[in-house]
Design a protein around this ligand. Sequence first.
Ligand code: PLP
Length: 340
Amino acid sequence: MKFEDIARLPLTTLPTAFYGMPNLSKELAKDNFYFPDIYIKRDDVMELAHGGNKTRKLEYVFASALESGADCVITMGGIQSNHVRQTVSAAAKLDMQSHVILNCPVPEMEAELLSSGNYLLDVIMGAHVYLVDGDDDQCIEKMNLVKEELISNGKTPYSVPMGASDGIGSLGYMLCAQELIAQWKQRGLTPSHIFVGTGSCGTHAGLLMGLRYFGNTTTKVVGISVSQPEEIKKENVREVLQQIRDVIDLSDTVISEDDIIVNGDYFGKAYAYPTEEANAAIKLVAEKEGILLDPVYTGKAMAGMLDMIRSGKLEFPKDIVFLHTGGAPALHPYSKEFLK
Ligand SMILES: Cc1ncc(COP(=O)(O)O)c(C=O)c1O
């Protein structure tokens, strides 16, 4: 099947905005001879309860769920999962029940994580919440139990994998790549690099596959890992690229090994633990551009991008794009990081 033939259920208005960050670009150029212009793709501004990158993935996932006859969805993530919040919002919009399995990735912050931000929004939107004190495997186990229970109660559940990062969900980022290519063409831009926070890897893999599929052979997709070392994430990106190939015909689309770029230097102690560098990046972008990033994904991704530019780690930088994947609702449980 071709990309264009896969069913998509619109959940937001596309394309999202794309524009320059002149104040941030000027700030970077202050003490240095040459710096590239920075641009931003605003995938944080969408219609599913504050939006974010999962909305694009869910357009394909929910089309598939409805095709399969599902009347409710199950998914999982951390207590402050943006993916879960957008899945709950999509389900509410489609008048379906959502069942969500949540765990606490930062036990020291349990009280804050359980009283505001995405968790609060899940509850307000009517999600059926199951808290698990355990790891991803235990959450998957719980997901399977909830699924069996729903089936035995006569429901038809559809399981959405963590981060919707399978071959179907990642198609959302192929569509984003198509949008970006059109937006760059309109402005006469040929960006050398696009930065993205890389978690479950569907955004990174879909974007890379989409750029190459729609004819861009030069822009490098740089994933800043938000949770694990470079080699593990690269392997995950390769796996998702293969899952996309399992869904659609991409026999003419070449992705070389050099195309898979991940930097694992910026996630700090672990997933969801804040870092000083990410906090500083959040403050800088907020003060210079009035744009809100988050401590778990986009703050770390921005910190990585700024450091790689400043320290001359990028080859031939020219017009650099930051993909804003959302997440600002999680600023609230992390308020202590900024009010100290
Ligand atoms: C705000 C935000 N940015 C980036 C990501 C990472 O995207 P992916 O899981 O597709 O790698 C996520 C995933 O949850 C997210 O919520």
